[in-house]
Design a protein around this ligand. Structure first.
Ligand code: PLP
Length: 384
């Protein structure tokens, strides 16, 4: 079905999927197969070997491209596999300018894997384009943006980054995991590549690890597909099925994530033990206006720090929540809480964490879609 002119919720349900030609099944079946029989040497139905093509992965890739307003998508066995594929577009000596407030796993693959292959990474605060400009050298090839950032939930102006990227002929990559395509479509603001950890909001039910890349560029797609087929970081058909199913309710889930996050951020502001509340929907958030420009709503992630700014104070609260499960990850229907300094961002040296404002007491919430009164009651008892 051509979904181009439909709105996002309709696209999420209909993009990519066609009734199965063999049976009419409305959901694309899971073809659990490695290979496809050819009627004569080289004569096949578009599928040869499942590292290269699989029908449900194909359906999911069409859906992903459509909901990000892109031309092409490639799906991977995880978000990190997607990041790995993007970095393999680079050559030794190339440089990347990235935000200094970044998913811990992205920082790790940059500094502990790709650095040893001669790729250089510069980390800057991307709230000011002058900082980005200052970090660009003749060897810079890529601008790596994550917005909202993790865990500080800063918002980076994608359109402004795109004009810097264009000026210096750089590939602009946006990790859109925290926003999801329901809230933000970076290609519309000039990004060259969008990537997702579909493990989070896209899958949405904490039951699948998966990654995705979307682009409008035929040239980049050709290279990414070559890298995928050569390196092999493909998702299994069962995982593609779970993500495709997750997509169909993304809009309904995201609306509720946003409503619940707003209620919790507003409530946290009134709590006497809380120091700062970080949620880009709050009018006092330093990047609120950029969020209003490039996002449809403000998302389900809320971070806050405590007046007693110690690891212990944060651990005391995190050990008492019952509905908010203490766990890494985010974006599922159930609420999670975490402590970046000792969990997701433990691999980033403390001095670097403090420099970007990531305090010892900072707690990150992935607000789920439970009834919000229960979530607030849970936090209340954890604080008392
Ligand atoms: C989780 C995450 C990743 C990595 O994805 P995996 O699916 O866990 O491999 C990358 N970027 C962000 C922002 C994430 O939250």
């Amino acid at each position: 079905m051509d979904v181009k002119n439909l709105s996002i919720g309709t696209k999420l349900i209909h993009a990519g999927v066609e009734p199965d030609p063999a049976t009419g099944a409305i959901m694309t079946p899971i073809y659990q197969t490695t290979t496809y029989v050819q009627s004569a040497p080289g004569v096949h139905k578009g599928y040869e070997y499942s590292r290269s093509q699989n029908p449900i992965r194909h359906a999911l890739e069409k859906a992903m491209a459509a909901i990000e307003n892109g031309k092409h998508a490639t799906c991977y066995g995880s978000g990190m596999a997607a990041i790995d594929a993007i970095l393999k577009l680079l050559s030794p000596g190339d440089e990347v300018v990235s935000t200094n407030d970044l998913y811990g796993g992205a920082y790790r693959i940059f500094m502990q894997v790709f650095k040893q292959y001669g790729i250089h990474f510069n980390f800057v605060g991307m709230n000011d384009m002058a900082f980005i400009e200052a970090a660009i050298t003749p060897n810079t090839k890529m601008l790596w943006v994550e917005t909202p950032t993790n865990p500080m939930l800063n918002i980076i102006d994608i359109e402004a980054c795109a004009s810097v990227a264009k000026k210096h002929n750089l590939i602009l990559v946006v990790d859109n995991t925290f926003a999801s395509p329901y809230l933000q479509n970076p290609l519309d603001w000039g990004a060259d590549i969008v990537m997702h950890s579909a493990t989070k909001y896209l899958g949405g039910h904490s039951d699948v690890v998966h990654g995705c890349i979307i682009t409008n560029s035929d040239d980049l797609q050709k290279k990414l597909r070559f890298i995928q087929n050569s390196c092999g970081a493909v998702p299994g058909p069962q995982d593609c099925f779970l993500v495709l199913r997750g997509l169909k309710t993304l809009h309904v889930r995201m609306r509720q994530h946003c409503i619940n996050a707003k209620a919790i951020a507003t409530w946290l502001k009134t709590n006497k033990k809380v120091d700062q509340v970080l949620w880009c929907g709050l009018p006092e958030h330093p990047n609120h206006n950029i969020a209003k420009k490039q996002m449809r709503d403000f998302g389900g992630m809320v971070s806050f720090s405590l007046k007693d700014d110690t690891v212990q104070a944060a651990h005391d609260i995190l050990s008492k929540t019952k509905l908010f499960a203490l766990a890494e990850s985010l974006g599922g229907v159930e609420s999670l809480c975490g402590h970046p300094a000792t969990m997701t961002h433990a691999s980033i040296p403390r001095a670097e964490r403090i420099a970007i404002g990531l305090k010892d007491s900072l707690i990150r919430l992935s607000v789920g879609i439970e009834d919000v009164e229960d979530l607030m009651a849970d936090l209340e008892q954890a604080f008392s």
